[in-house]
Design a binder for this molecule. Structure first.
Ligand code: 9D3
Length: 238
């Protein structure tokens, strides 16, 4: 898979892409990621990427020309056309299903917005898709683009150990995780739950399932409604 990130702040996205899972996936050729400075596609003396909105109003709008030039050149380079995605607060809310859908593209071009947003023609005639990572206000699309990249790369074959990838396929049952403990057995007077030390694997599995259900009910009742619960699961709530 190839991912192109277009931004006016390339330095903001580089370090995270050179760290941890994403860095390793790049080194192993699982994903190719290129970061592009949008200003390279400007043609005026001031290299301007924004301008005042027609009709008036506060703030500036991203001009269409550099974005169209950039994306058209990237598309013209060898390789599949791929999908051009705007990162914007008006986009479709990102979730695991959307990430899986994006992973299926051979090539992604991620356009990071800044200022008050994109000229509408970018949305209408250049982008295929528009994504938001949540209902809170950020300064631009750079961090959201990194979120998209990390979420996708984890799903690419070989990016994680095989154990973790099997987990991805079988364990997406829509419940939150159970509590985890490591050594020491007692820390500042707080003990690890007895059942985890018992060696009784069936009891541990029951406890973990019950904790996942309790936790999901308390924190994310919305998830519980959509989860596939077994008969034994319902007993936990009685
Ligand atoms: C007029 C109200 N706005 C400014 C306070 C709208 C606005 C414009 C541009 C709000 C945020 C931004 C910059 N954000 C993004 O480009 C962005 C974003 C986000 O802010 N939250 C969640 N996901 C995303 S994806 C891109």
């Amino acid at each position: 898979m190839r991912i192109d990130i277009v931004t006016i702040f390339p330095e903001m996205v580089r370090a995270p892409l050179e760290t941890s899972i994403v860095a390793r996936a790049r080194a192993e050729g699982i994903v190719e990621i290129a970061v592009h400075d949008l200003r390279a596609w400007t043609e005026d003396r001031h290299r301007s990427v924004d301008d005042a909105p027609y009709g008036g109003g506060a703030g500036m709008v991203m001009r269409p020309e550099p974005l169209f030039r950039c994306v058209e050149q990237l598309r013209a380079e060898a390789g599949p056309r791929g999908r051009t995605v705007l990162l914007s607060p008006q986009g479709r809310l990102l979730n695991h299903d959307r990430v899986r859908e994006l992973r299926n593209a051979d090539r992604l071009i991620l356009l990071c917005g800044r200022y008050e947003g994109f000229d509408e023609r970018v949305r209408l005639y250049l982008a295929d898709d528009e994504v938001s990572i949540g209902d809170y206000v950020l300064g631009g699309g750079e961090l959201p683009a990194l979120v998209v990249v990390e979420a996708i790369v984890r799903l690419l074959p070989g990016a994680l150990g095989s154990v973790a990838s099997l987990d991805e396929e079988s364990h997406t049952d829509g419940l939150l995780e159970y509590p985890q403990y490591t050594r020491p057995q007692e820390f500042r007077g707080w003990s690890v739950p007895e059942v985890l030390l018992s060696g009784d694997h069936a009891a541990i599995a029951r406890w973990r399932r019950a904790e996942r259900l309790r936790r999901t009910a308390a924190r994310r009742p919305d998830l519980l409604e959509r989860a596939n619960l077994a008969e034994e699961d319902r007993a936990v709530f009685e």
